[in-house]
Ligand binder design. Structure first.
Ligand code: NAD
Length: 501
């Protein structure tokens, strides 16, 4: 495809779809072929400023729209997303390389958040206490903040934007979304459907770009809150910069998720689940299991695990037999391959090496086969750093206490699981482990949106563990009103004309 004929990813600024006025363009490639799918513009400084100004104006009108009306937009949006579920799934699969099942799952988990946003009136109810002092009452209201910004990663191009803007907007805010430059067309379609659902045209702005555009957004005076999901160094940068500029910030970062296998666990269940949790989605899930900790004789399950992993074959999204797709890009593949080499150099046993992986008919795809290391120790680079590829590290521990100590000493705390037949072991693990999401006999314990999604230690920077239900608390401010009503005051509560002394 010549550059002239490449489809351009549009920006949405002040209610207008635009081509982008700048000269800096990003090639968005198909991870299975490395061919350019479309090109995304890096928004210019003037375009970002225009988006900020439009969002501020839109907020002033939108915050006055009654909460049930805002909720109705979400209801219509949820309906449209469901209607377009398959089409969105194909778009996600094209941009990310995910299998169709994974891509549709990505969209579905987002739809569930929109359902929660449609319940916003109930979630925004305040609190009241009568007679906090003699004749004095207090009630609280939950009010929107203003302009909020969301910066999202490549690995869930539907779910993660949908974690952010529906809840923020349902609460009465305006929103500026900067999706990943590696798969921005999914966000375009999500926004198109949002407008079709009846949202005011200038309430949601869509900006594309990289660090420069992000930095302009998170330092802008009008921005009140920043939500970020992505890698650790970028999360730390965004948290530091946003808070330094006195914004509310919530940054979900990387992970190294451990699954502890007790000797009494069901071996078949362990092997089946571990295969999907470690190499599914090419290991590019923030909740993927990248470390399996075998306690005592549980290590006898490793040969069966190796045999099952060896049967797993990656492929393109149109291939129903593909277990997972390519990694997102050539640099991502190079990074994962470098980790595999480093693991071998540092003395881990590579029982299964996926470095040299090909898929027939797709010679330029970013393929990596299932890779399994045993004899991994806590000082190795492959144990310490997030690899974000289909690579599983096996560690051995003598006891459950040792396993817990290992998990708690790890710098990350996104997700973890334990497989055991013992209620006492499971209870001890869930109580003592310092990780946000814990699974017992299930390995990717992502809560539904009527719970919060959290992250501990280096997996999260910010003071409000949010999304789902608690998203409302992030995108709002609570105001308490304390009142005294002397008997001679004029009070027309029904039409809200209230005279206070
Ligand atoms: P990334 O950090 O490279 O990019 C995320 C976003 O930040 C993108 O929109 C990108 O344009 C922007 N960005 C990149 N560099 C920047 C910079 N220097 N300054 C400002 N903005 C910048 O992450 P990714 O590779 O797209 O996503 C994978 C990472 O996301 C993994 O580390 C994964 O664990 C993490 N993740 C975490 C969660 C979670 O909930 N904790 C969920 C999904 C993904």
């Amino acid at each position: 495809m010549s550059v002239e004929t490449v489809v351009k990813v549009p920006l949405l600024i002040a209610g207008e779809w635009r081509t982008g006025a700048g000269s800096d363009w990003i090639d968005v490639t198909d991870p299975a072929t490395n061919k350019v799918l479309w090109q995304a513009p890096c928004a210019t400084e003037a375009e970002v400023n225009e988006a900020l100004a439009a969002a501020q104006t839109a907020f002033k009108l939108w915050r006055e729209v009654p909460t049930p009306e805002r909720a109705r937009v979400m209801l219509r949006y949820q309906h449209l997303l469901k209607e377009h579920h398959d089409e969105l799934g194909v778009l996600v699969a094209k941009e990310t390389g995910k299998t169709m099942a994974d891509a549709k799952g990505d969209v579905w988990r987002g739809i569930e958040v929109v359902e929660q946003a449609a319940n916003v009136a109930a979630l925004m109810m305040g609190e009241t206490v009568e007679n906090v002092a003699r004749g004095v009452d207090t009630h609280s209201w939950i009010q929107p903040l203003g302009v909020c910004v969301g910066i999202t990663p490549f690995n869930f191009p539907a779910m993660i934007p949908l974690w952010m803007f529906p809840m923020a907007i349902a609460c009465g805010n305006a929103f500026i979304l900067k999706p990943s430059e590696q798969d921005p067309m999914t966000a375009v379609r999500l926004v198109e459907l949002f407008l079709e659902a009846g949202a005011p045209k200038d309430l949601l702005q869509l900006i594309h770009g990289r660090k420069e555009q992000v930095d302009q957004l998170i330092t802008a005076e009008d921005v009140r809150a920043v939500s970020f999901v992505g890698s650790v160094p970028v999360g730390q940068h965004i948290y530091r910069t946003a808070t330094d500029n006195l914004k509310r910030a919530q940054c979900f970062a990387g992970a190294k998720n451990h699954m502890v296998v007790m000797p009494d666990a069901n071996p078949q269940q362990v092997v089946n689940q571990l295969v999907g949790a470690s190499v599914g989605a090419a290991g590019q899930r923030c909740m993927a299991i990248s470390v399996a900790v075998f306690v005592g004789s549980a290590k006898d399950m490793i040969p069966a695990l190796r045999d099952e992993l060896a049967k797993v074959v990656p492929g393109v999204y149109t291939d129903e037999n593909a277990a997972y797709g390519p990694v997102i890009s050539a640099p991502a593949k190079q990074r994962v391959l470098a980790y595999i080499e480093q693991g071998k150099k540092e003395g881990a046993n590579c029982l299964l090496d996926g470095s040299d992986c090909t898929v027939e008919g797709y010679p330029d795809g970013h393929w990596i086969g299932p890779t399994l290391f045993t004899g991994v120790t806590a000082d190795m680079t492959i144990y310490q750093e997030e690899i974000f590829g289909p690579v599983l590290c096996c560690v051995e521990a003598e006891s459950l206490d040792d396993a817990i100590e290992l998990v708690n000493a790890n710098q990350y705390g996104n997700g973890t699981s334990i497989f055991t037949a013992s209620g006492a072991a499971a209870r001890k693990y869930q109580h003592e482990v310092e990780v946000g999401q814990v699974g017992i006999n299930l390995c990717i314990p992502v809560p539904l949106p009527f719970f919060s999604f959290t992250g501990w230690k280096g997996s999260f920077y910010g003071d409000l563990h949010a999304y789902g239900k608690q998203g409302v608390r992030f995108y709002t401010e609570t105001k308490t009103v304390t009142s005294r009503w002397p008997e001679d005051d004029v009070v027309h509560a029904s039409n809200m004309t209230i005279t206070l002394k």
